[in-house]
Write a protein that binds this ligand. Structure first.
Ligand SMILES: C[S@@+](CC[C@H](N)C(=O)[O-])C[C@H]1O[C@@H](n2cnc3c(N)ncnc32)[C@H](O)[C@@H]1O
Length: 277
């Protein structure tokens, strides 16, 4: 992995190091917080055999394909993504699916799917990369039948914290994360407002915090599934929060703390399930 890769998912196929983006999706699927919220979602959307499920920003399709197990052989999964690279991975992962599966290229804010054509529509960690999360939720609602379910899962980067035993450094990162990051929207904690604004009735909401308590910076430039500390330092410099000359010391302080087992980091993810009007 490039030490300064920003892990941006706006335009995956244009990324010179697209393999890093794909591999990071696999890493983040293994996060405890992701696994917990996906299991929670499965309980709350309660798919039944024969239903049609839409996953927008489906990535490698793993979440949709796991949910497909509840659809029997008469159900259908449709995954939409703007990235052909992601879709290639998703199609390959779909080979053993029991139900019908279609992974197609498309845009979250203007879906090429008919009104009321799905029982459930979901978007996981996709809204944060869009110009208009509101428009994407409106599209999910449009394509779900009345009374169907809309399910959203997203990280909220304003919850990101680093503890390396240096209060000043921790506060610097916390304060910088309150600002929209230029690479990801901080709206995870407002998912319930988004579905309400789209006319849905909230069924349930949940959150889960991913924590990292160990990481060897000599083995990998970044904690599992996360951006590197070099990339974080670049962000802080770009926002005027860290002088360019302070960048090496910032990175070294975090790396040294990680080597000395004085490192922890956390990030909260949020989820909602709502009934479509
Ligand atoms: C962080 S990944 C999440 C993938 C998957 N939902 C998951 O949770 O594993 C974000 C996905 O959204 C896709 N994406 C970004 N902008 C999009 C858009 N405007 N329309 C559709 N998909 C988009 C990316 O290509 C990427 O696959």
């Amino acid at each position: 992995m490039d030490d300064r890769h920003r892990l941006g998912y706006h335009e995956v196929d244009d990324d010179p190091d697209v393999a890093v983006l794909l591999a990071t999706m696999e890493d983040t699927a293994g996060w405890e917080a992701t696994r917990r919220l996906r299991a929670w979602e499965r309980d709350h959307i309660a798919l039944i055999p024969g239903e049609r499920l839409l996953d927008v920003g489906c990535g490698l399709g793993d979440a949709a394909l796991a949910l497909a197990e509840d659809l029997g052989d008469r159900g259908e999964v449709v995954g939409i993504d703007s990235s052909e690279e992601m879709l290639r991975g998703a199609r390959s992962n779909a080979r053993s699916a029991r139900c019908r599966v279609r992974f197609s290229r498309g845009a979250a804010c203007s879906l090429d799917e008919p009104d009321d054509s799905f029982d459930v529509a979901r978007a996981e960690r996709t809204l944060q990369w869009l110009e208009s999360p509101e428009a994407a939720v409106a599209e999910l609602v449009r394509v779900v039948r009345p009374g169907g379910r809309v399910s959203l899962i997203d990280t909220d980067w304003s919850t990101f914290r680093i503890d390396v035993g240096d209060e000043g450094l921790g506060n610097l990162v916390r304060d910088a994360m309150q600002i929209e990051r230029g690479r990801a929207w901080n709206g995870g904690r407002r998912l319930h407002s988004l579905v309400a604004a789209a006319g849905c009735e909230l069924v349930a909401r949940a959150e889960a915090t991913q924590t990292w308590t160990s990481w060897d910076p000599d083995e990998s430039p970044a904690p599992v599934g996360c951006f590197s500390m070099e990339s974080l330092a670049d962000d802080l410099v770009a926002r005027g929060r860290l002088p360019r000359t302070g960048r090496p010391a910032f990175v070294a302080a975090i790396h040294d703390a990680a080597r000395g087992c004085r490192f922890s980091m956390r990030l909260t993810m949020f989820a909602v399930v709502a009934a479509a009007p």
